[in-house]
Design a protein around this ligand. Sequence first.
Ligand SMILES: [Zn+2]
Length: 357
Amino acid sequence: MIDAAGRLPLPWLAPVLAKAAAQRAHALLLHGPAGVGQFELALALAQGWLCEADPAPAGGVACGRCAGCQAMLARRHPDFLLLVPAALRTTLGAPPAGDDAGGDGESGARGKTKPSREIRVDEVREAIAWAQQTSARGRGKALVLHPATAMNAVAANALLKTLEEPPGRVRLILCAADPEALLPTIRSRCQRVALGLPPRAEALAWLGQQGVADAEVLLDAAGGQPLEARRLRDDGFDAARWLALPRAVAAGDAGVLAGCGVARAVDALARLCHDLLLRAAGAAPRYFPPAALPAVAASPAAAAALGAWARTLARVARHDEHPWNAPLLIEALVGEGRRCLNSRDRRDAATATLARR
Ligand SMILES: [Zn+2]
């Protein structure tokens, strides 16, 4: 959101915020890579809609100082509602469900069960009921769904009518890293706003302010997404550890991933596997500098073994909530990577892959 000094937390959002704020549509779909600030953009946009400055700041951007902006900054605006899966609340810095005074509160977790990764249909219905009440501060209402892809089909269908004809002056913002994962009926009712990768220099400057050392390496590791680069750092990766990963995997040393969590370890291995597949195809790697990568044979067998490893990693990533024995799982995944990379084992891995067909 825009603070009292008129600053955005992520400076590269300014041009796209101005563009989005100029849209008249009652429902916007913000889409693009997950780690560049969709959520922050959605909040700043909603803040602009609810800003009470008179005259309004140029370009529909929030002033950061009026009573409405202050309520937004304190996460207590009665005309703002955030729908986010309970499992994401902490990551996004959202207060726990029922813990804020605004409106019916931000909807989310219920009870003591494991936090949900979905935006559930009852949460959508509560939001619709909230939307039908009169605006408390008289500037309309703003509803943000982040990510909108966390709605299952039932929840999405419950939202359709509100999306088509929002009551009163309600406006909606849906965020999605992959808009194609939304129902076409949802997509077609929204005006799209694309948020791309920020300019590299801006991303590096911001990472420097965040205290991320060797930001170039981590920004590349994150595919150019600065928020993801900061998360890598927060998960315990510095440049040296990231650059050591490929050769550690080639040596079968899973210790390089110790303590970073299953989801992060699987993600890091998937990025390595991706780059090795590029290498095997004679293309430039994306997440690692070429010098950090071990040699890969340019053979169909090597590519097949890497392809099998990629499928294993994707399967594990889909089930990363399972009560795995984390160290054993990571060791097994590193072991499969080592077999792809070790020249003697490579033939065995490829043979095994071919035998499975
Ligand atoms: Zn304001």
